[in-house]
Design a protein around this ligand. Sequence first.
Ligand SMILES: Nc1nc2c(c(=O)[nH]1)N[C@H]1C(S)=C(S)[C@@H](COP(=O)(O)O)O[C@H]1N2
Ligand SMILES: [Mo]
Length: 287
Amino acid sequence: MSADRGQIFKLLETGDNFLKYARPGREERAAAKARKRFDKALALAAGDLEMTKQVSLRLDDLERRDAGDAGDPGASGTEGAEDGSDDRDEGVLTHDLPAHASERVPPGQRLVHRWPVLHVGMAQRFHPRTWRFSVSGACATEVDLSYDEVKALPTVEMRSDFHCVTGWSKLDNLWMGVQAGTILAMAAPAPDATHVLVHAQGSYSANLPLEVLLEDQCVLAWSHNWADLSVRHGWPLRLVAPSLYGWKSVKWVRSFELMTEDRRGFWEERGYHNLGDPWREERFSYQ
Ligand SMILES: Nc1nc2c(c(=O)[nH]1)N[C@H]1C(S)=C(S)[C@@H](COP(=O)(O)O)O[C@H]1N2
Ligand SMILES: [Mo]
C-alpha cells in the first residue's frame, strides 16, 4: 500500500501546527493532539521509507520533549515578564487587503494585523554573561561575540514583510539590528562556502543559501516596530530573512555555521521545503 504523500504530510503539518501554536500551559494537550496525527501518518506511511523517517523524527521529538519536561523543570517557564501584552495575537485574520497589498501577499497567504507567536519547544532564556554569537565552519576567521559586541556593530533599520508557511503574512515590520552580512564579513567566508546552517539556542536550526543571508534585508534583530523584542519573538536576537518563509527566521539565534555543501535544518529535515520561497509557494518538499 502506498498512500498519497500529500495526504500523509497533511497529517504531519496539522500535528506540527498544534505544537507550533501551543499556548504556554497548553503544551501537553497540544502534544497529545499532535501525537494522534503522527500515529495515523505512521500507519499510512508504511512502506514509504522517506515519509516513515519524517514521522519517526516527530515521534522522537515528542519522546524527548516528554523526558525533558519530567527531568528538568528548570527548562520551562522561560517567558519573560514583558510577554503578557500581546497574548491573543493568533488567528486574527482578515480577508480584506488594503489596495496596495495584493501584490505583496504571496499566493495562499492571508493578512494578519497582530503578530502571532509560534515555535516548537520552549522559548529560550537569555544569559547575558555566557551568551555568545559565533560564526564557524568554512571561513578564514572564526567569530565569537558577546551580546554587547553584537550591539556595538553598525545598526540598521530594515522594513520588510513576513510570511509564515502556516498561512499568515504580516506586512511592514520595522526591524532594528545588525545585517547578517556584517557579521559574515568579519568571518570572511571561504570561497567555496555555499550555505549556512543557522542555529538557535536549543535544538532548532534552519539552512539558508549564503547569498540569501548576504542580502541587505537579512538582519539579526533585537527590536521590532520601535520596541525591544519580547522573549517569545526571539529576544535577545533573532534572524529576519524576509525573502523566505518565516521558519528560516530563527529566533534566539546563536550561531552561523558556514558550509561548503547544503545540509537541512530542523523543519527542512522534517519535510519542509529546502529553500522556502513564498512567492513560489515552496512550502513542502513532497510537492
Ligand atoms: N528558535 C526558533 N526559531 C523559530 C521557530 C522555532 O520554532 N524556533 N519557528 C519559526 C517559525 S515557523 C516562524 S513562522 C517564526 C515565527 O516568529 P514569531 O513567533 O516571532 O511570529 O519563527 C521561526 N523561528
Ligand atoms: Mo512558520
